[in-house]
Design a protein around this ligand. Structure first.
Ligand code: ZN
Length: 396
């Protein structure tokens, strides 16, 4: 079975009374858990139950089925370019994984009645945190959840309470309605949760900065040398040599267009990448220098995100470059399947690279791409246009 195949939803043992998104998406999650060869059958069952029972009710209204496997979105998503409110990621972090990735997922948090306001999304977030806490406290459960419920609630409530002032009319076209996301790293028997919030886009810069706790640097264009200094934040962030060279080699191989495109497609290729400077306990820490490294240098690390939506190539091309440049994933059977796919696919929406003890961590972010698949075609010269799906105007 090819893990990319998305068959008809199975009549899962929980029956059909759940929102349709969870029925559609669970097969995708299950395929990933099975085909990574990382998890036991018990762990897979446990994570599927968790997804159906705890996450499913917060995914918003499912898509309309148009027949023949075609669907129409009913709700915008701020997360994927084709409005599927769910993204899977596979992560190769350590050598001891032996090429078998950790599966992670992230999804939008959306009210089931499809109310399109930030207030509704944030209120739903508070309900979700309550449900997660119940699961975490359930002693009969085999699943261990690592959560930060107090912080997640405090941030969500803070943003929720801002809404009457920011959006007295309720909706806002600039901000959209999909305002919070939850993600889980599915380790063996332990799921670690993460929360993400979208800042109100209509806020002025000082207002937005006040809310931010991460620094993002968007930078272009194609030449690695032009933005390399952002990776080490002008020398203030540790940037091991193997990480820098992996970033450079992968970026260059993904963004160098074939010569024959010079005339036919001069504009092809990415305009931006994204560099995130992350502050975490697990960040790569270099040995202190003789004169004592600064605390900042020890706890901050860089992550490079390559936005594959901007790279006009099918997954097979992108994955061939990952296998070439990213050692920790070089033995991955899933990547080999993607590299040899007969038909052009566009599941990989982003790639991230981060410096870790064993080398450069690689993650790939995969969208089930419910609404974009029928548009996937690669031209004879390998060029693949990547569609951006929008909700139809009468739905907004
Ligand atoms: Zn707004």
């Amino acid at each position: 079975m090819n893990h990319c195949d998305f068959g008809k939803p199975q009549a899962w043992k929980h029956g059909w009374h759940y929102p349709k998104w969870s029925q559609l998406l669970v097969t995708y999650l299950e395929n990933a858990l099975v085909h990574t060869n990382t998890y036991t059958a018990k762990e897979i069952g446990m994570y599927i139950d968790f997804f159906m029972d705890t996450i499913g009710p917060h995914l918003g209204p499912g898509p309309l089925s148009l027949g023949s496997g075609n669907y129409q979105p009913q709700y915008p998503s701020a997360m994927t370019k084709d409005l599927t409110p769910f993204e899977l990621s596979l992560c190769w972090k350590e050598r001891k994984q032996q090429g078998k990735p950790i599966v992670r997922f992230i999804n939008n948090i959306i009210l089931f009645n499809a109310e399109r306001t930030r207030t509704a999304s944030l209120a739903q977030t508070l309900h979700l945190v309550d449900s997660l806490q119940k699961v975490a406290e359930d002693e009969s459960s085999n699943l261990t959840l690592h959560l930060l419920p107090e912080i997640w609630k405090a941030v969500s409530k803070y943003l929720y309470n801002l809404e009457p002032r920011l959006h007295p009319q309720g909706g806002c076209l600039q901000c959209g309605s999909s305002s919070a996301f939850v993600g889980f790293d599915l380790k063996r028997m332990i799921a670690s949760g993460k929360f993400y919030w979208r800042l109100p886009s209509c806020l002025d810069v000082p207002g937005a900065l006040e809310l931010m706790d991460s620094i993002f640097t968007a930078c272009g264009p194609k030449n690695f040398n032009a933005w390399e200094e952002h990776l080490n934040l002008n020398g203030s962030v540790a940037c091991p040599n193997d990480f820098r060279s992996t970033c450079r080699d992968l970026w260059t191989s993904l963004t160098t267009n074939p010569d024959e495109w010079a005339k036919s497609r001069p504009e092809a290729g990415p305009e931006f990448c994204l560099i995130l400077h992350e502050l975490t306990a697990s960040s790569f820490s270099p040995s202190p220098t003789a004169n004592g490294a600064s605390g900042l240098r020890q706890s901050l690390s860089s992550k490079l995100y390559v936005l594959c939506q901007e790279i006009p190539r099918p997954d097979s091309f992108i994955v061939a470059q990952l296998l070439r440049h990213c050692n920790l994933a070089a033995d991955s059977s899933i990547l080999k399947v993607l590299a040899n796919a007969a038909k052009p696919t566009n599941f990989i929406s982003e790639i991230s690279l981060a410096p870790r003890k064993d080398g450069t961590e690689l993650s790939i972010y995969l969208s089930p791409s419910f609404f974009a698949r029928k548009n996937w075609v690669a031209a004879a010269d390998g060029y693949m246009a990547k569609p951006c799906i929008l909700c139809s105007p009468d739905q907004n």
